[in-house]
Design a protein. Structure first.
Length: 246
């Protein structure tokens, strides 16, 4: 479980409302859309759910112990707790409404193509980097950087090789993907276009068409996005294509 100590009180209360089922329909729809878009946020929600469950169990044990000691006093305390809970959730409802409203403005103001791109872009894990030979040392050295998240360094190394080997399909493919994750989608498109030129001879062809479709989607060219996604046989391509056609 990740450390959630830095989470704001307002966000914590919103997540509690989601877990407790007290959101209205609009708030719940917005919250579920955010869960679909942001894996890190989804993980944080699950962590907080586990944390709250532990607190709830401990609270229940404490209440049972008190019940065994003094039933009349426990009843009075329960009545007080209800009042406190009511006041707490009244305060929470107001805070949640504000936060959800702000989140809704962000969500609904984001173009559909960018939301779909954010949801369906998954980084290619890269190639094994055993480097048993020195023939392609520079390429695999760049792959090591890529797999460690040093995308700018990988891009620099691969661009040098690309000047000498402009028709290298695998190089063009990974260079395109690295540029995409480095938020240079427009620069990625020419490399991905080159990578699919070999057609059936290229082992990453389906993946290359998928990323090329994603790149055009990010750039707002829906027609070319659909065209390239339709040429890919990957499951994600078919799913994304169905979203674009709806």
């Amino acid at each position: 479980m990740k450390d959630n100590s830095n989470i704001s009180q307002e966000l914590l209360e919103i997540i509690e409302s989601y877990i407790n089922g007290t959101m209205n329909t609009r708030e719940l729809n917005d919250f579920n859309q955010l869960l679909d878009l942001d894996e890190d946020f989804k993980t944080k929600v699950e962590d907080i759910k586990i944390m709250l469950l532990g607190i709830e169990n401990q609270s229940l044990k404490t209440q049972l112990d008190e019940l065994h000691k003094d039933i009349p006093k426990t009843k009075v305390k329960e009545s007080q707790d209800k009042k406190v809970r009511y006041l707490y959730y009244s305060k929470f409802a107001a805070a949640a409404a504000i936060i959800i409203a702000i989140g809704s403005i962000w969500f609904f103001s984001t173009p559909k193509n960018e939301k779909l791109y954010a949801k369906y872009f998954k980084l290619d894990p890269g190639l094994p980097t055993t480097m048993s030979t020195t023939n392609n040392f520079d390429f695999y050295d760049g792959m090591v950087k890529y797999k460690h998240g040093d995308y700018k360094i990988a891009i620099e190394k691969w661009k040098v090789i690309s000047e000498k080997q402009p028709e290298n399909d695998t190089l063009n493919y990974f260079l395109g993907v690295a540029l995409m994750v480095d938020k240079n989608t427009s620069d990625a498109i020419p490399f991905l276009e080159r990578s699919v030129e070999a057609e059936d001879e290229f082992i990453f062809l389906n993946d290359a068409y998928y990323y090329l479709g994603l790149a055009y989607l990010k750039e707002g060219n829906i027609d070319l996005a659909k065209k390239n996604l339709s040429l890919s046989k990957t499951k994600l391509s078919k799913t994304l294509l169905s979203k674009l056609n709806n």
